[in-house]
Design a protein around this ligand. Structure first.
Ligand code: SF4
Length: 244
């Protein structure tokens, strides 16, 4: 299958749309190879360092050892997440891992909008600390990679391998769309990969510490995110989180 490079402006539909992957990575390696062949050094992987993130880091490192990886460092992640990033940096020394911080420090944000903005206006907090920083990173970048999986939530069930991303005016490549939670963990165990120990303590999806709680309903991977708010996404994967 030969698929040409696709730009945001030319995008019509997922070029892998009619392809049913049958390999053991459920298409992930093939899609990543296409992505790095197409976009070379200009594609960026936005990694949250969750379980899917560790799988993608490992798969990407075999295809593009010096790939660009960005982590949105809101300043309020769990210490276990920062420790995992240090471990990953040691295991994959050639990867270019950037910790991208928001323009406002937590103190500046508190002065401007009040303390603990995540409690009063989580959408605004996510915009300042996640969406805007990724917007800055992806400015002029033709494509980025995300670890979204279809089974994660209803809002993600229609994701394709290659997506037109109107939010960031870029192409969003999602190699793991067909992976199940069991696939993710089988890969981590078989390859002896490091992972966030919080996963084994009831946190399937790990984000910022103030907005991540224990999950007791194992049917919903993201139930522990923004518990108590009518919010399940930070705005990176929706087109409606524009605060300005
Ligand atoms: Fe703020 Fe919570 Fe969003 Fe993190 S997840 S940026 S703390 S609202």
């Amino acid at each position: 299958m030969s698929i040409p490079l696709i730009s945001y402006k030319e995008f019509e539909e997922d070029p892998f749309k009619d392809w049913i992957p049958s390999d053991e990575t459920k298409g992930a390696v093939k899609v990543l190879q296409w992505a790095y062949d197409s976009y070379k050094d200009s594609i960026i992987y936005a990694c949250s360092f969750g379980a899917e993130g560790i799988v993608l880091i490992d798969l990407i490192s075999k295809i593009k050892p010096n790939a660009q990886v960005v982590f949105l460092d809101t300043g309020v992640h769990f210490k276990e997440t920062y420790e995992l990033i240090d471990t990953v940096k040691e295991k994959y020394p050639d990867l270019q891992i950037q910790l991208k911080q928001p323009a406002l420090t937590l103190e500046e944000q508190s002065k401007q909008y009040g303390p603990e903005l995540w409690k009063s206006q989580p959408d605004l907090c996510c915009y300042i600390r996640k969406v805007k920083p990724l917007e800055e990173v992806l400015h002029g970048v033709p494509a980025w990679i995300s670890g979204l999986r279809r089974e994660q939530s209803l809002s993600r069930k229609d994701i394709d391998f290659v997506n037109k991303d109107d939010r960031f005016q870029s192409i969003k490549v999602c190699p793991l769309i067909y992976w199940t939670w069991e696939d993710v963990w089988a890969y981590i165990r078989q390859n002896h990969l490091p992972y966030n120990p919080l996963h084994e303590k009831g946190y399937p999806s790990i984000g910022c510490e103030p907005c991540t709680s224990l999950v007791t309903d194992d049917r919903d991977f993201r139930a522990g995110r923004w518990a108590g708010f009518h919010k399940t996404e930070c705005g990176l994967h929706t087109s409606d989180n524009r605060q300005n």
